[in-house]
Design a protein around this ligand. Structure first.
Ligand code: ATP
Ligand code: OAA
Ligand code: CA
Ligand code: MN
Length: 668
């Protein structure tokens, strides 16, 4: 073959063009090199911009604030009561920034900070209303603090990914992030200011979670947090609500340094509509989260570099030295445990859901006992997974989101939670595969307390607004590491009070910083870390409400069976679900019951779908002697724990205290 494929050597004198379009022997098709008319796309009009910046500006439409949806048909949906007068956008921004500036103000300097809405670095001149700083003030007042106000999840994703190391989008769209050195709450570092407006109402001393602090020291920490926040280029501000009961709604402001914290609270608190945000005004309570910055160990009361300080008089909370986002969630819960009972409303560390017949169930329990897992139920509407109020109007969720444990999460066992882990959800401290970003929920490398925070409407059968009628069933969850409590028993009212005040469980690893293995623990009202007043106050309110509205209480052991931790195994979730189903549908009320020794609990002999040998714990143990010994040991622990409550008067009534004591375990 003479040809090398380009016609060279063909002996012809050819035009360049023809030369390029001659037969191509190696199988490539011919290239049409004829000059063609300029391609004119006349199907769409050209973009009406003159430069690339204008083109990018076109991409974004006018913003509206993200909201928590409500069902329009529900009569309890709060409506704007008064017609609002028109405020220009500029005036609204000005008002908002004045309010944020007041929040961020130093208590010792006389000026600043000067705040600007929006990201730093944008070519934007300071608003006209901001006066040029005087020279006789400190440096911190010379700079502007940029405020990222109620950003949307998308904006917060971008902030996190651009600026926060350790932020990644997982294969299902969630935002994976790290909470830093702390992967659980630090209850020993929580301080409450002892001041005249609240000190007589609060519970102090042995057993109380309220470790005191004086007003002066609070201000030292507040100043430290405010200075830290103002030293940053930008801060995140969330203005949101607590409590779905419109009559008892609380306005909260959260000022934080991380997009992670802002998105977490966006998901966990109730999200205002744009109209509600316009009318927001001054918050009822403010959190200063300077979690990346430590407290000063030379400061009075400081026992570590972490300090979480609550001041009810100033209506403020300061966080230093921990980035664990649960501190904000549970700090607000403590606040509600003070504010609500003062209004005759019982605040509860409980999950809550409602059946088709309108039957409401409360799920009490300490961390890891199953509130989130069991209140998330495909057959029932979710009202909330962790924090509720019980008022004369019924129940209402305090929050706008859920905070689920993720360790060993599976699509089969917990499909609703699995599917809620998507775009918008914050995934804390999980481990994922590097390339596809698939999360390995079994991996405990960072912590066992891995968590997902998602807006409540990510659960398909949610009840919006998150309110319901008075509870029919009250389920006390205990994760019994000793494995001696029956999987389910029915409680008398006195027993309910006894077990509510006791708040028994085995702490499951991780949530409280430093706790790594299950150990027996008692926590009054199933949430001693969050109560502000004496436990009997809450217990008396619960007894009164249950009596008045005719609720039945149950004790459910979601912990060990067939032996203690290490020998036995955790109760199968499928069995617990069957037990809960039988409580909801009323069938368990009509079952045959036997009494257990020592704890004197009424145990059903049959539950649909649960093997009978599981129902009576001694049958599941191979070593009966050891069972009896362990049962007595646990009873002893209950009695010892209750000693401190024996002297208290519930609702001013000694007889009730006596009745409650008699409802506890009896050792022969
Ligand atoms: N029989 C069972 N019943 C309930 N949960 C179980 C059971 N067996 C295993 N589990 C697991 O125990 C954990 C219960 O945690 P859950 O998130 O419901 O705790 P919680 O009570 O909501 O605590 P917190 O107040 O810390 O959020 C889940 O990881 C769940 O999968
Ligand atoms: O506070 C947390 O970290 C999680 C939680 O719900 C609890 O411990 O009850
Ligand atoms: Ca939970
Ligand atoms: Mn909780």
């Amino acid at each position: 073959m003479a040809s090398n494929g380009n016609g060279i050597g063909s002996g012809h004198e050819v035009h360049d063009f023809e030369f390029m379009s001659t037969v191509v022997p190696n199988g490539l098709s011919k290239i049409n090199t004829k000059p063609v008319e300029m391609c004119k796309d006349d199907t769409t009009a050209p973009v009406k911009v003159t430069n690339i910046e204008q083109l990018h500006a076109l991409q974004r439409k006018k913003a509206s604030a993200p909201t928590t949806p409500r069902t329009a048909t529900n009569p309890s949906t709060p409506k704007s009561m008064t017609p609002r007068s028109y405020v220009s956008e500029e005036d609204l921004h000005k008002q908002q920034m004045q309010s944020v500036s007041a929040s961020l103000a130093s208590l010792t300097r006389d000026q600043g900070p000067q705040v600007i809405k929006g990201e730093p670095g944008r070519k934007r001149s300071p608003p006209k209303s901001v006066v040029a700083p005087r020279i006789d003030i400190s440096d911190s007042a010379l700079k502007f603090t940029h405020v990222l106000y109620n950003l949307s999840p998308s904006e917060l994703y971008e902030q996190a990914i651009k600026f926060e190391k350790g932020s990644f989008i997982t294969s299902t769209g969630a935002l994976a992030t790290l909470s830093g050195a702390k992967t659980g709450r630090s209850p020993k570092d929580k301080r409450v200011v002892k001041e005249e407006t609240s000190k007589h109402d609060l519970w102090w001393g042995k057993g109380s979670p309220n470790i005191e602090m004086d007003e002066e020291t609070f201000l030292v920490n507040r100043e430290r947090a405010v200075d830290y926040l103002n030293s940053l280029e930008k801060v995140f501000v969330n203005d949101q609500f607590l409590n779905w009961d419109p009559e008892n709604r609380i306005k909260v402001r959260i000022i934080s340094a991380r997009a992670y914290h802002s998105l977490f609270m966006h998901n966990m608190c109730i999200r205002p509509t744009p109209e509600e945000l316009e009318d927001f005004g001054t918050p009822d309570f403010t959190i200063y989260n300077a979690g990346q910055f430590p407290c000063n160990r030379y400061t009075h009361y400081m026992s570590s570099s972490t300090s979480i300080d609550l001041n009810l008089k100033r209506k403020e909370m300061v966080i230093l030295g921990t980035q664990y986002a649960g501190e904000m969630k549970k700090g607000l819960f403590s606040l509600m445990h003070y504010l609500m009972p003062k209004r005759g409303i019982l605040s509860l560390h409980s999950g809550c859901n409602m059946g088709k017949a309108g039957d409401v169930a409360l799920f009490f329990g300490l961390s890891g006992t199953g509130k989130t897992t069991l209140s998330t139920d495909q057959n029932r509407q979710l009202i909330g997974d962790d924090e509720h109020c019980w008022s004369d109007n019924g129940v209402s969720n305090i929050e706008g989101g859920c905070y689920a444990k993720c360790i060993d999460l599976s699509a089969e066992k917990e499909p609703e939670i699995w599917n809620a882990i998507k775009f918008g959800t914050v995934l804390e401290n999980v481990v994922f595969e590097e390339h596809y970003r698939e999360v390995d929920y079994t991996d405990k490398s960072v912590t066992e307390n891995t968590r997902a925070a998602y807006p409540i409407e990510f659960i398909p059968n949610v009840r919006l607004p998150c309110v319901g009628p008075h509870p029919k069933n009250v389920i006390l969850l205990a994760c019994d590491a000793f494995g001696v409590l029956p999987p389910v028993s029915r409680l008398t009212h006195a027993q309910t009070m006894y077990h509510f005040i006791s708040g028994y469980t085995a702490l499951v690893a991780g949530t409280v910083d430093g706790v790594k293995e299950p150990t027996a623990t008692f926590s009054a009202c199933f949430g001693a870390a969050f109560i502000m007043m004496h436990p009997t106050k809450y217990a008396a309110m619960l007894a009164e409400k249950m009596e008045r509205y005719g609720a039945t209480a149950w004790l459910v052991n979601t912990g060990w069976t067939g032996g203690s931790y290490g020998v036995g195994s955790r109760m199968k979730l499928a069995y617990t679900r069957k037990i809960i189903d039988a409580i909801h549908d009323g069938s368990l009320l009509n079952a045959k019951y036997v009494q257990t020794p020592i704890f004197n609990l009424s145990v059903p002999t049959e539950v649909n779908g649960v093997p009978s040998e599981v129902l009576e714990p001694q049958n599941a143990w191979s070593d009966k002697k050891l069972y009896n010994k362990t049962l007595k040991k646990l009873a002893g622990l209950f009695q010892k724990n209750f000693e401190v409550y024996a002297d208290y008067k519930v609702g001013g009534d000694n007889n009730l205290t006596q009745k409650i004591l008699e409802a506890g375990p009896v050792l022969q």
